[in-house]
Design a protein. Structure first.
Length: 261
């Protein structure tokens, strides 16, 4: 009997935790904002009476129809107040909040002029010299946006608008996050665009690298990874890709050298 009673209590606790987790996730989707919740201390199942969640702070900055959608939070240190969280939204803002109390980092949010941001930020460095990188644009408005670098204080460092196709004047947006690696320069960023090219860009200057834009023959929605595979002492690019037309029923992974070949 004792064993059965313990089993029933464990199942009841698990059910309560599952419901609470679902409600919290639903609230995040509905508000289009961001919340900070302290880590919970695990309790023995037989002693638990339910899941208690204490809200540290919340920010509801969603505009109807233009929420935080695909941009995941990224943690970085941008000033003397410690860690902050970075995120983009479809209203056209890149935001930075102090994790300690939810206040805006000085100089943030940064406006894109109404261009949606679905990418997850990447960050190089820490403190006042940190640099934040976003891809700007989404598939709902694929001709708007590009690559952008922002200083820790929220100022534009550089922006690059990728070409839709080689030799064409039209530009396109960027829905992917930007990977940071030791490529043509000691710090470069790389990401695909919603045209048929991708760019490797010097993180400090915004200069497009040798051999780029690289023709990919299709839109790229994947955030690449970079890794040192022992090729010339520099990182190489590893990313998802659409195969050639004759085998488009499958996906593929490809690697590209830092010269774009």
């Amino acid at each position: 009997m004792g064993s059965r009673a313990s089993t029933r209590k464990t199942k009841k606790t698990t059910t309560r935790r599952g419901v609470a987790g679902a409600l919290l996730a639903g609230a995040l989707v509905a508000t289009g904002g961001i919340v900070a919740v302290p880590a919970l201390t695990a309790q023995p199942a037989q002693a638990a009476t339910g899941l208690a969640v204490k809200l540290a702070w919340s920010k509801n900055f969603g505009i109807a129809g233009k929420p935080v959608a695909k941009s995941s939070p990224m943690v970085a240190t941008l000033d003397s107040k410690g860690s902050s969280v970075l995120i983009g939204d479809r209203a056209g803002y890149e935001r930075a909040f102090h994790l300690s109390d939810g206040t805006n980092v000085s100089g943030w949010p940064v406006s894109t002029g109404g261009i949606p941001v679905d990418s997850t930020a990447s960050v190089l460095g820490s403190g006042s010299t940190a640099r934040v990188f976003f891809g700007e644009g989404n598939s709902g408005s694929p001709t708007r946006g590009g690559y952008r670098a922002i200083t820790a204080a929220g100022h534009l460092a550089w922006s690059v608008k990728p070409a839709g196709q080689p030799g064409k004047a039209a530009t396109v947006g960027v829905m992917t996050g930007l990977a940071i690696g030791n490529m043509q320069s000691n710090a470069s960023v790389i990401g695909g665009a919603m045209g048929q090219t991708q760019d490797l860009i010097d993180a400090a200057t915004g200069k497009v690298g040798r051999g780029f834009p690289w023709f990919e023959a299709d839109t790229n929605f994947t955030t690449p990874a970079v890794s040192d595979l022992g090729i010339g002492g520099r990182d190489v690019i590893v990313e998802g890709a659409t195969p050639p037309r004759e085998s488009r029923s499958a996906s593929a992974t490809r690697t590209a050298a830092t010269c774009g070949s």
